[in-house]
Design a protein around this ligand. Structure first.
Ligand code: FEO
Length: 394
């Protein structure tokens, strides 16, 4: 892949059509890309980021095919290996190159890739590096999603290279975004899985970027945005504090007792004009679940009791939700038990990161009775009242 973004600015990264899992955790139904960019100034040439080690050969081939005979600077925006992993090989091919990054990222790269100290040039926030007729300005954008991340603003071309920030896991032969709704879904999935725990630094970074006239955003995953406001507005919405009139119901059922409760409860919510996203956690795409958590005002976990505690699958979902820190306001639990259990205490205890109000759970012994269905109706009433209180339901 060798494609011009602007005169003397080229995409030279790799598309990974086949990758289906990141960090052995995150589903990638649409693959991904590891974007790297060449910026050729009148005097110096910079490579912004590299690619995942498995795709090093693609990057090196692209550099050779683009006729890049000298690289003066390799800008490392982020130490995670999907962007930094090919740096050692690039340095072998271009031994004159220096790695330009901040102090935190340098320390990480030395630990993760064993790059020698004398290969680095350390830059500060706001520092500029001249390539001749092009100027790189470095902007520290920490916690998107690691503490060391920085971006580069190409001053003359008004291009922002924000690394993972604004990215999307999408393998596409389109260098630029052509289908905004499709990229929106991929970018939201990426935000939900990677960025959501860092809403506060993301808001700070969005504010910081307002000082820049950005005409193009070239992230390190997915297509390049020629209409930057599209993805900036999406991020403002996702990272903002507003929630939607929506309940995520995530459940598992072993002998249909919990399933019966979920079906009745979901019907009751719909009757009260509340939108519902229902997930059977058995075999769920956790990316879909994470996306639903981005906006929902309320989460209800449905679980049977296994060996006194919650079903391990619901425990996993609760653990994940707690780690992802969505802006959810209300949580409740419904479910069943055979003889005894501490499912409610254990599930509630796993959600300590969430600043939520817990609405009284509905737990039944065995199959639900008419009385339990009334309790589920009352739970739906309480959720509707909460949604009205915060102004998201009329
Ligand atoms: Fe795409 Fe955090 O690496």
């Amino acid at each position: 892949m060798t494609n011009e973004i602007k005169p003397n600015v080229y995409a030279v990264g790799a598309i990974d059509w086949d990758r289906r899992l990141f960090d052995e955790l995150i589903p990638l139904p649409d693959g991904t890309s590891y974007n790297a960019y060449i910026v050729k100034g009148s005097q110096k040439t910079a490579l912004l980021d590299t690619v995942d080690p498995k795709k090093t050969h693609v990057l090196l081939d692209n550099l050779v095919r683009a006729g890049i005979q000298r690289i003066d600077y390799v800008v490392a925006h982020h130490a995670e290996q999907d962007h930094s992993g090919s740096i050692p090989d690039v340095l072998l091919l271009y031994p004159e190159a220096k790695v330009v990054t901040n102090a935190k990222c340098k320390a990480m790269l030395m630990a993760l890739l064993r790059i020698e100290d004398d290969k680095f040039i350390v830059v500060e926030d706001g520092q500029e590096l001249s390539l001749g007729d092009k100027t790189l300005k470095f902007i520290f954008i920490p916690w998107v999603h690691w503490p060391e991340t920085l971006g580069t603003y190409l001053v003359e071309d008004k291009i922002l290279f924000p690394c993972d920030f604004f990215g999307s896991h999408l393998a596409s032969s389109d260098v630029f975004v052509k289908d905004e709704p499709m990229v929106y879904e991929c970018a939201k999935r990426y935000y939900a899985e990677i960025m959501m725990p860092f809403r506060t630094p993301i808001k700070n970074n969005l504010k910081k970027l307002e000082a820049f006239d950005i005409q193009i955003i070239a992230p390190s995953h997915g297509p390049v945005y020629q209409r930057p406001q599209f993805i900036i507005d999406a991020y403002k919405d996702w990272a903002g504090d507003d929630v939607k009139n929506e309940v995520v119901v995530a459940y598992v059922s072993m002998h249909d007792s919990t399933r019966d409760m979920v079906e009745h409860f979901v019907g009751a919510l719909i009757d009260r004009d509340i939108n519902v996203r229902q997930f059977n956690l058995t075999g769920v795409d956790i990316g879909e679940l994470a996306m639903a958590l981005v906006d929902a005002a309320t989460v209800v976990i449905g679980s049977p009791t296994v060996l006194v505690g919650p079903h391990p699958t619901t425990a996993y979902a609760a653990f994940l939700a707690n780690a992802l820190r969505p802006k959810t306001r209300f949580v409740s639990i419904i479910g069943s038990y055979g003889w005894a259990g501490k499912m409610v205490e254990q599930l509630s205890g796993m959600l300590g990161n969430l600043k939520v109000e817990v609405i009284e759970p509905v737990i039944t012994k065995g199959v639900a009775t008419d009385k339990d269905f009334v309790s589920l109706d009352l739970l739906a009433d309480k959720i509707a009242a909460k949604h009205r209180e915060i102004g998201i339901l009329k």
